[in-house]
Design a binder for this molecule. Structure first.
Ligand SMILES: Nc1ncnc2c1ncn2[C@@H]1O[C@H](COP(=O)(O)OP(=O)(O)OP(=O)(O)O)[C@@H](O)[C@H]1O
Length: 351
């Protein structure tokens, strides 16, 4: 049984302009200890998916249908008290902005201790000791003294390290990291990613890493889901995604890959914009931006088709009419990836 199994999840926001279908019949699984990347442009539905796992969707949003199974138990059927026990305990969270995760009026150490005491039955002294150990583990120098610092006394990178310590303090089964390095400079970003990799390996924690940056995914993930307009358009083991992508949107994202440690390319994007989610185009929602779109794409909505077996038996699948033989001219893309990226995908280089 997969650790996390999301089946046909649909989440809508009832706005004055109309119903926004932010997540549309989404299904995916994450295995124990797996590093799973979720990529896509802004507005693809990545954050709404993450918030749904934690049951943190607020009005006017609603989880319309689907199941979210953690070790077989459906989180959508749990009581508020049961879900509170899951949050921070079995599912840890790291968000983009460490400042919002840390309370400015308590010391960093107290906040980690409090998380430990809340979720595990530790007394104050043991919780303090465990917090110092964790701060040390996430690379805070002189952790015993820094325990009593307030968040503003930490740099941005150190604050994010502290948030990672807090998220891992209860040894969660899965860690949801939503753009955990976006607010950081590129050098700190590379360090934080290595730290996340090291610690999730050590604790055997699965991770759902949300990012709009395929460079970050190359650095960290085993398997990837590409999202567009609330749907998964491709799922693949990381090597297959980079060397043999199946969906034109994935290929478009590839040509805008920035490197970790280099922010010069960050603003290159695919021509066009994500459709209005109140009124998505008929047929394939990517067709207005797709260089290979044909008449059929404007009429027929493609399903998710398995295109092959990837590494370790995990499958690759894509949502494109090419794979139901409905395209007359087919997809004519060629993918070349540079040496630097190739090394990162294959895990040969860590900055
Ligand atoms: N509170 C809300 N009210 C109305 N619409 C919302 C709300 N929250 C999210 N949405 C809509 O849901 C869609 C998906 O948003 P989401 O934040 O999940 O995208 P994302 O892929 O995480 O983007 P980003 O990378 O910018 O965080 C967007 O179209 C957004 O407008």
């Amino acid at each position: 049984m997969a650790l996390l199994e999301v089946n046909d999840l649909t989440v809508s926001f009832y706005t004055q302009e109309g119903v926004v279908t932010a997540v549309d019949n989404l299904s995916y699984t994450i295995e124990r200890g797996e590093k799973f990347g979720v990529v896509g442009e802004s507005g693809a539905g990545k954050s709404v998916t993450a918030l749904s796992l934690l049951r943190l969707i607020e009005s006017p949003g609603e989880i319309e249908s689907g199941e979210i199974l953690l070790d077989g138990d459906n989180l959508l059927e749990m009581t508020t008290e049961e879900i509170r026990q899951i949050r921070g305990n079995r599912i840890g969270m790291i968000f983009q902005d460490a400042q919002t995760a840390l309370n400015p009026v308590y010391t960093v150490g107290e906040q980690i201790s409090e998380a430990i005491r809340h979720h595990l039955e530790y007394d104050s002294e043991d919780a303090r000791e465990r917090s110092i150990e964790l701060l040390d583990q996430v690379g805070i120098p002189d952790a015993e003294n820094r325990y009593s610092d307030y968040p503003h006394e930490f740099s941005g990178g150190m604050q994010q390290r502290a948030v990672i310590a807090m998220a891992l303090s209860c040894d969660p089964d899965v860690l949801i990291a939503d753009e955990p390095t976006t607010a950081l400079d590129v050098t700190t970003e590379a360090k934080i990613l290595s730290l996340l990799e090291e610690l999730t390996d050590e604790f055997d924690t699965a991770i759902q890493l949300i990012t709009h940056d395929l460079g970050v995914v190359a650095e960290l993930c085993d398997r990837v889901m590409v999202m567009y307009a609330g749907q998964a358009v491709e799922k693949a083991p990381v090597e297959e995604l980079y060397y043999d992508p199946k969906h034109p949107y994935t290929v478009g994202l590839m040509s805008s890959i920035p490197r970790v440690g280099d922010d010069s390319d960050r603003l290159r994007t695919i021509p066009g914009a994500m459709p209005d989610l109140i009124d998505t185009p008929p047929g394939c929602s990517f067709h207005p931006r797709c260089p290979y779109a044909e008449e059929a794409c404007t009429r027929t909505e493609p399903g998710m088709i398995t295109t092959g077996d990837g590494a370790n038996g995990s499958q690759q699948s894509a949502r494109c009419l090419e794979y139901t033989n409905d395209l007359q001219h087919g997809l004519g893309f060629d993918v070349t990836i540079d040496d630097d990226l190739s090394e990162r995908v294959r895990g040969e280089q860590h900055e």
